[in-house]
Design a protein around this ligand. Structure first.
Ligand code: ZN
Length: 97
């Protein structure tokens, strides 16, 4: 009782709740850019996404990332997706394209 939510995080795009191991963690660096945190250990506030590009799109359009981090956050979707794909090792992870 009351323990089932441990480790649960919400996706910033669709709001889906899942264990953090199913989600991708991101943090904002000193320059204000959103960066991937593959080890989920970077200090500071983190934000989570499903492994779906659509969730990034939605969060970016609705400014949910800036709201979550309480500051202006730059999101370079192209390079972010590239970095995530490289870190996750290609198509086996379920990441699109
Ligand atoms: Zn999502």
């Amino acid at each position: 009782m009351g323990k089932k939510n441990i480790g649960q995080r919400s996706c910033m795009g669709c709001g889906r709740k899942a264990h953090k191991s199913e989600l991708l963690r991101f943090v904002v660096d000193r320059k204000g850019d959103l960066v991937f945190d593959p080890g989920q250990r970077a200090p500071g506030r983190g934000g989570y996404f499903c492994r779906k590009e659509g969730c990034f799109d939605r969060a970016t359009k609705k400014r949910r990332i800036s709201i979550r981090f309480r500051r202006d956050v730059r999101v370079d979707l192209g390079s972010l997706m590239k970095n995530v794909r490289e870190q996750l090792g290609g198509g086996s992870s379920g990441w699109p394209r």
